[in-house]
Design a protein around this ligand. Sequence first.
Ligand SMILES: Cc1cc2nc3c(=O)[nH]c(=O)nc-3n(C[C@H](O)[C@H](O)[C@H](O)COP(=O)(O)OP(=O)(O)OC[C@H]3O[C@@H](n4cnc5c(N)ncnc54)[C@H](O)[C@@H]3O)c2cc1C
Length: 434
Amino acid sequence: MLNSHYRCVGVGCGPSNLSIAALLHGQSAVTNIFFDMKPEFSWHEGMMLPDTSLQVSMFKDLVTLADPTSRFSYVSYLHQHGRLLPFLNARFEQIPRLEFADYLKWVASANENIHFGEKVEQVDFNGSHFVVETSRRRVTSENIVVGVGISPLVPSFARANLNADSHFHIHEFAKRPQRFGGRRVLVVGGGQSGAEAVLDLLRRTGQEEPSEVIWLSRRENFYPIDDSPFANDLFTPTHSNYFYDQSPEFRQDFLKRNVLASDGISEHTLREIYQRIYVMRYIEHSPMRVRLMPFRDAQAVMRAGDAWVLKSQHLGNHAIEEFSADVVVWATGFRSTDYSFMRPLQAKFEREEGEIRIDRDYAAVWDGPSDRNIFMLNASRRQRGLPEPNLSLTAWRSQIVIDKMLGRPRRPESSDDAFVNWAASSFAEESVPV
Ligand SMILES: Cc1cc2nc3c(=O)[nH]c(=O)nc-3n(C[C@H](O)[C@H](O)[C@H](O)COP(=O)(O)OP(=O)(O)OC[C@H]3O[C@@H](n4cnc5c(N)ncnc54)[C@H](O)[C@@H]3O)c2cc1C
């Protein structure tokens, strides 16, 4: 039977909250329920293209960094499905994203505390508990864990003209593949998603083959992600804690300087694009026209008969160019969500750099009682750094949140997970005795 009061209510159930739900599963100390508005679990299904890979290690799954013995680990998933040895023999450099999506779905389906098809419409506070209204029920809770992800971002000048057939954000790319056949397709955005869309278009044949692919990026070249060991040292608890302790100005500059540690293109995707163009041009003599256009800033898009005309400025000599296309795909990233379901609480939160300010344990800093918390997951890149929107530290973050809900003392911060001494050493440690 379902309760009406919980110690933890989760809003949204993508990987961030799925991790919390998995780590809480089977223990009674934190009664919990999670709601997701989707009819069933899916992970970015509009961008789930064949032959794409996860950009992090399989050990950065929902649980392993917090509890390597959990039955919800990726290894456990492979074992349960009878494919652990074939998986090892396949020796993937990076695991297929479609398989990871299936793993996430498996974790969600094994947890009776997760409810799909149920949108959280409002969260309020009645002086002692949070009151959560969903599309189906009303419950109260001592803690809320917000894991609603991020929203598609399209430049403001393009928003009014969006449509499902010929002018849309990349998160809808995989739907209705037939809309590209015989058409000129313009992809805007030089990150991993834009690269995957371009590669997918170049691989299409027959009825689904575009007549032209144009790839436009603001960056000066199509840059690879920095996946080197010292870049990965930025995705450790040590660095995230160090980052949290810095000034807002330092943090913003840091994120700009290190953007390619999280937002570049996988090298194998770049190589596949280059090789595909080679094969098309010199071996297949494909009629498809391919135009690669980096260092251009898209500035306007307008309808011209049945086509779109995109106006851009070259960032070298500032020349204005125009590109004509039948389909325009915006691979221009995501922005934070507006959290409109928390409207009654908005005035109670402190803010920092446009984000809800969080404490060290990911709890929103607010003017309510200190034993009533709203945890913000994947909502504080400007406070917690590069790993926040991706999977790298998901399980570690979940453990911090669970510890706080249980009233456990904060675990001592160790710097053993990073090789680099990110923080300044104390004077006493470095000084030479006289
Ligand atoms: C195509 C793609 C590939 C990626 N690949 C990687 C990768 O390889 N490695 C990596 O580290 N990161 C990757 N990422 C980053 C990715 O954002 C995270 O991995 C992850 O999806 C973030 O999880 P989340 O739970 O915070 O948000 P989401 O996955 O967006 O989930 C949020 C959930 O909240 C639900 N929701 C929203 N509002 C409400 C409401 N009011 N009521 C109920 N439910 C609600 C939504 O339905 C959704 O299910 C990728 C992202 C994309 C788009």
